[in-house]
Design a protein around this ligand. Structure first.
Ligand SMILES: NC(=O)c1ccc[n+]([C@@H]2O[C@H](COP(=O)([O-])OP(=O)(O)OC[C@H]3O[C@@H](n4cnc5c(N)ncnc54)[C@H](O)[C@@H]3O)[C@@H](O)[C@H]2O)c1
Length: 267
């Protein structure tokens, strides 16, 4: 039987069909899902109906989030490729979120710390993309969302490893988009400015003590100095963008980076 429609017009109208916007029947893997942004992503994806695998080096945190979202916890150190290989591969949505920071001038930056950060923030995402794409390709649908940063697009002093890793992640994401397009797989980065997570709240406290100023001064004078929107973004706002990239009307958005930076990039 012929419908008189080309495969491309049929798939275009399928992409525009009114949403069953949920992710029911889909499986997601969120790295660093035990806290902060990863936790918010796990919650949002689960609320949309996905079965969520929560991978984190912090076992108690992973277990707690997995229990809260009805998902499964995996205790892994993403710096270890052998541990990465134990994670589930039959996932439709991969959120590469786990990350870490180290602040030091280039001349004093510990090489082993630089290398570790590339392993956790670039090599592990590469390995996870590599081992989950076959399942996505078989199903003709997949979503890779990489949690980058404003520092995936621009630099700040003293963050050599972080800026290098996030720029690397942006490049990896683009290659995934180019290769995945023919298989219904999109890949994008979500690139926030400063997010209200325990990590950032700790940085604010530390800097306030170090400089003898108030937490408000650190927030407005340092962290948000380059952001026209003078507040931290909430983890749930980042997760909402991730969820939208996994939704029914974003199949044409791929190979891009979505800044959630309060206008920082416009300055
Ligand atoms: N917080 C911010 O302001 C901000 C801004 C832009 C981008 N980001 C990015 O968002 C992501 C999440 O950041 P967050 O602020 O939620 O951090 P967080 O420290 O609150 O959470 C990170 C999670 O990753 C886990 N993790 C760290 N190293 C790991 C490893 N080797 N193996 C497995 N799990 C590991 C931690 O245990 C933790 O649960 C990171 O990639 C970060 O670079 C954060």
């Amino acid at each position: 039987m012929t419908t008189g429609r080309s495969p491309s017009s049929a798939s275009a109208s399928a992409a525009l069909a009114p949403a069953s916007s949920g992710l029911g029947g889909r499986t997601a893997l969120v790295t660093g899902g035990g806290g902060g942004i990863g936790r918010a992503c796990a919650v949002a994806l689960a609320e949309a109906g996905a079965t969520v695998h929560v991978a984190d080096v912090d076992g108690a945190a992973a277990e707690s989030v997995a229990a809260a979202v009805g998902g499964r916890a995996h205790v892994v150190d993403l710096a270890d490729p052998a541990a990465v290989a134990t994670l589930p591969t039959a996932v439709d949505v991969l959120v590469n979120n786990a990350g870490m920071q180290h602040v030091a001038p280039l001349t004093a930056f510990p090489p082993e710390r630089f290398e570790l950060m590339q392993r956790v923030m670039v090599t592990a995402p590469f390995l996870l993309i590599r081992q989950t794409l076959p399942h996505m390709y078989r199903g003709g649908w997949g979503r890779v969302v990489n949690i980058s940063s404003v520092h995936g697009l621009r630099a700040s002093a003293y963050k050599a490893a972080y800026v290098a890793a996030k720029h690397g992640l942006e490049g990896l994401s683009k290659v995934t988009a180019v290769e995945g397009a023919a298989h219904g797989v999109t890949s994008n980065c979500v690139s926030p400015g400063y997010v209200r997570t325990p990590l950032v709240e700790g940085q604010i406290r530390d800097q306030a003590v170090a400089h003898g100023v108030s937490a408000e001064d650190v927030l407005s004078g340092v962290l948000l100095a380059r952001s026209p929107v003078k507040r931290l973004i909430e983890p749930a706002e980042v997760a909402a963008a991730v969820l939208w990239l996994c939704g029914p009307h974003s199949g044409h958005i791929t190979g891009t980076s979505l800044p959630l930076d309060g206008g920082w990039g416009a300055c």
